[in-house]
Write a protein that binds this ligand. Sequence first.
Ligand code: ADP
Length: 274
Amino acid sequence: MDIALQQVEYSYAKGTPFEKRALYEVNAVIPSNSYTAIIGHTGSGKSTLLLHLNGLLKPTEGEVRIGDLTITSETKGKALKDVRKHVGIVFQFPEHQLFEETVEKDIMFGPMNFGVPEEEARRRALELIELLGLPSDVSQKSPFELSGGQMRRVAIAGVLAFKPSILILDEPTAGLDPRGRKEIMELFARLHKEEGLTTILVTHSMEDAARYADQIIVMHEGRSVLSGTPEEVFAEEELLSSFRLGLPRSVAFQRDVEKLIGKPLGGIALTEEQ
Ligand code: ADP
């Protein structure tokens, strides 16, 4: 299921004295089965953009097409619910939304609310516990007995339990230690590859964008100002720094990016690997 944004504009609190324009004429195509990273400085419109991708926000102008479904400012009710069936969002710190008394019940909650029979929901929960590399005995534990990384996996399982074909990740590794970060990013890479999930990652990490995405969209002051393969985007080093997106100065990053763009990166001072 591919996604296309055409001339998308969005203003918060439109028509009030607090009106705040957050997106201007955003055009983007996210092909089915791709892994797209959205990068940009704080306040550049990344979160506003991704809330358009599952119908939580509707464009003030322009349109968002998700497969056969089109969302405009006029779209209402059922059509927005239909979009949400296909698009799962893992928000920042998703574990804050865990609340059930057992892990299994937490994962089953969403699908059962959408009318999935209990047995089917339980089967999905157990499959996901395994797919996400959680120990099988967590199913009957309280989510709050788990480690931070495990809690995050349970919350991610709760999103996957809806069987989305598009998975949106908003800074999914925020607050994890380097090992936890790598594990979660490798998990999403595997889901993308093995389950064919169209994956959209909002991230501050140029390393993750370089390593995992096959397309990057750069946001700056509410506009999509640059997009292309990581090779194409990282080759625009000067332009990126004008958007306050300096390339990281680690040896590992230089190695990855030079491999991608097939030439040395100019002018960045390197620090040792962190
Ligand atoms: P990012 O995710 O890249 O940090 P956001 O999409 O959160 O950017 O924000 C884009 C712009 O919209 C910013 O100027 C921000 O202050 C503004 N904004 C975000 N959320 C709201 C809101 N609920 N009400 C008013 N303005 C908002």
